[in-house]
Design a protein around this ligand. Structure first.
Ligand SMILES: [Zn+2]
Length: 184
């Protein structure tokens, strides 16, 4: 997949433009959802603005997680509100450990609105990331929404969507239902 921008600086320019535009979530099959996002080299004030904007958009749409590429900003950053912890930001998150045991659960995505599907994922995950001040932290989760959400959001940073785990037939059906939902 070809990258739309080449470095963090260009991404920041995109952020600047985005902040002046209306909030918009990209929907499947937008090719910008397939881009591999860039690591954030420096946490500039624009990044904080982007985080604020992302929280606004996420709550506006009733989501529990949102990754920057979902609003067309190809940077390795995601926000999560699992309702159990204080809402938090993960900058340059990386999965450190995944359990071999997997569990199935219902999953949805703001970029594939109006539909959901049962997806199998490792039940436990350990992630390392930077917080908004650039401090490294680790987070572990198992058998809950957070464990699933961390994996789902980090997938976005690699251009991956939860529907990629489905068969082509199921994915097509879901895409049709999504279009119907968007027409309503
Ligand atoms: Zn998603």
């Amino acid at each position: 997949m070809q990258l739309l921008v080449s470095d963090t600086k260009s991404c920041i320019k995109i952020i600047g433009k985005r902040l002046m535009s209306t909030h918009e979530i990209l929907y499947y099959p937008d090719p910008r959802l397939r881009v591999i996002s860039h690591p954030i080299e420096k946490i500039e004030p624009d990044i904080q603005k982007l985080v604020d904007e992302m929280f606004d958009i996420m709550y506006q749409h009733g989501g529990g997680g949102l990754a920057a590429p979902q609003i067309g900003v190809p940077l390795r950053m995601t926000i999560i509100d699992d309702k159990e912890h204080k809402p938090f930001v993960l900058i340059n998150p990386e999965i450190v450990e995944l359990s071999t045991r997997k569990v199935k659960n219902e999953e949805g995505c703001l970029s594939v609105p109006g539909v959901s599907a049962e997806i199998e994922r490792p039940h436990a995950v350990k992630v390392k990331a930077l917080d908004i001040s650039g401090e490294p932290f680790e987070i572990e989760a198992s058998d809950n929404y957070l464990a699933r959400c961390l994996q789902h959001e980090i997938d976005h940073l690699y251009g991956k969507l939860y529907i990629d785990y489905l068969s082509a037939l199921k994915r097509e059906r879901l895409a049709k239902d999504m279009k119907k939902f968007l027409k309503k």
